[in-house]
Design a protein around this ligand. Sequence first.
Ligand SMILES: [Mg+2]
Length: 218
Amino acid sequence: MDVEISSLPEIKTEGLALDIDDTLSRTFRYWAGQMQKLFGNPENLSVDEIVLKYNRAQKVPYWQSKEAKAWRKNHITSNELQMKLPLIPDSKIFIDKISNIVPLVAYITTRPESVIEGTKIWLENNNFPTLPIICRPDGIPHEKGSEWKANILEKLNQQVKGMVDDNPNLLNFLPSDYKGIIFLYENNFVDTKLNAIPCRDWETVYEEVKNAFKNYNK
Ligand SMILES: [Mg+2]
């Protein structure tokens, strides 16, 4: 996959990029609550249990019917749904602290470009900093999201020195000589030769960013 650099926003400072879904917003938790009602909950799990067990809708075996997939597809492209997503309160608290250590430079999300408006409103409503939002072009399928994101990070390696993201699949698509640091939110373990740090919560992300960027010259 090759992303045209001319289609990316100009980022003038070096710093950190942020994922949105399940890093700033409890996206899957919201989805899981809806999908349990619509497409069943044969294991009788609470929303928290299903989130913990499967982590994303694609992995829940009984939500793979045509109808469930179509519902998901519809909602991925809904601006209204993005505005309803619950916030991860710690993300806001620690992002403010992190921005005193290293500049935040962009949001990079596999959400499609068609929901950029709803995304902007959600970020504003929750008082997140105004930064360029890089969304997956509508022509790139959802399944290729991690590959697309890795490609963006590679292209922006002069500006984006680190990324906070919950999805370890991203690491599978970064080149082995990639130098940026991936702070893997809500992960306890990571098996990679890349510069990736598992962080069980936002406080850990903050401590690890502080450690990694302590000699950063503002
Ligand atoms: Mg995510």
